[in-house]
Design a protein around this ligand. Structure first.
Ligand SMILES: Nc1ncnc2c1ncn2[C@@H]1O[C@H](COP(=O)(O)OP(=O)(O)O)[C@@H](O)[C@H]1O
Ligand SMILES: [Mg+2]
Length: 261
């Protein structure tokens, strides 16, 4: 469905962040991207969704295709409308001074049909807590509720593929669990998901396949199960390796080994 081919991205013409990333997202799956802070995950999603220029970034090589058609360099709204690809940015982008209901309404700006009310009901079906506070300003909602609203807003655009940037960031484990189970339900209704996460355990738990990104490169890929069982992933992303605790020296050696891959 979505294919990323040898993508190289720089910021401000000089800061090289993605160094030749290639990957594919298949129709109907939940694809997980894991990687440490600064690995380039957000940059990858910005490059796919048409947001990279907004951040003074440039795709200097490679291509991004939806069902075989290049979407590289297209405007973000265009990508959303024509290719049904919606990106939920990190940090829960909601309008603080609008109510929950107004936020959902604002998110349907690209729609011309009259099903907005019905779709809002559908969103409330997934996130009942939003219904109970629909007249409240989003700025007063908790982190978890704002994340649900951000995803609800994305649903109002009727996406075929949804890109989620670290939805669990800063949320309590129980809320994360609830959120991920809803993401899984959304996938079961036919929405393809590309999920970027530092919370590797929760993400791989609902994922089909995954990639590990380090310093703008893919260093590992496999089925979600394979990654959950992989020793390096367990050691560095799940914090539960076989050996007791890695020393700093071991970590450095690991990084050096990875660089030569
Ligand atoms: N707008 C920007 N201008 C310059 N550098 C940026 C910009 N956005 C991100 N970066 C840098 O790119 C690198 C990767 O960032 P990012 O894609 O946000 O990683 P991640 O989402 O994996 O934490 C970081 O070193 C970050 O400082
Ligand atoms: Mg990020």
């Amino acid at each position: 469905m979505l294919s990323i081919e040898n993508l190289r991205v720089v910021y401000h013409d000089v800061i090289s962040v993605l160094n030749g990333i290639s990957l594919g997202v298949k129709d109907g799956e939940v694809l997980i991207i894991i990687g440490a802070n600064g690995a380039g995950k957000t940059t990858l999603l910005r490059s796919i969704s048409g947001m990279i220029e907004f951040y003074d970034g440039d795709i200097i090589e490679g291509d991004v295709k939806m069902d075989g058609t290049s979407i590289k360099g297209l405007d973000a709204t265009d990508i959303m409308k024509r290719f049904d690809l919606t990106y939920v940015m990190e940090d829960r982008p909601v309008f603080w001074y609008l109510t929950i209901e107004e936020n959902l309404g604002a998110a349907s700006f690209s729609r011309w049909d009259k099903r907005v009310k019905a779709d809002m009901e559908e969103v409330f079906g997934y996130f009942p807590v939003l219904r109970s506070m629909k007249g409240k300003r989003a700025g007063y909602a908790s982190g978890g509720e704002q994340q649900m609203l951000a995803i609800g807003m994305a649903l109002m655009t009727k996406p075929k593929i949804l890109l989620l940037d670290e939805p669990s960031l800063g949320l309590a484990p129980l809320i994360t669990e609830e959120l991920f189970s809803i993401i899984s339900q959304l996938n079961q209704t036919g929405i393809t998901i590309m999920l970027v996460e530092q919370n590797a355990h929760a993400a791989l738990g609902i994922g089909t396949r995954g990639y590990v990104v380090e310093m703008g490169r893919i260093v590992l890929d496999g089925t979600a199960q394979e990654l959950l069982e992989n020793e390096d992933v367990r050691e560095f992303y799940l914090g539960s390796g076989k050996k007791e605790r890695k020393s700093y020296k071991d970590a450095k050696r690991y990084k050096r080994r990875k660089r030569w891959l």
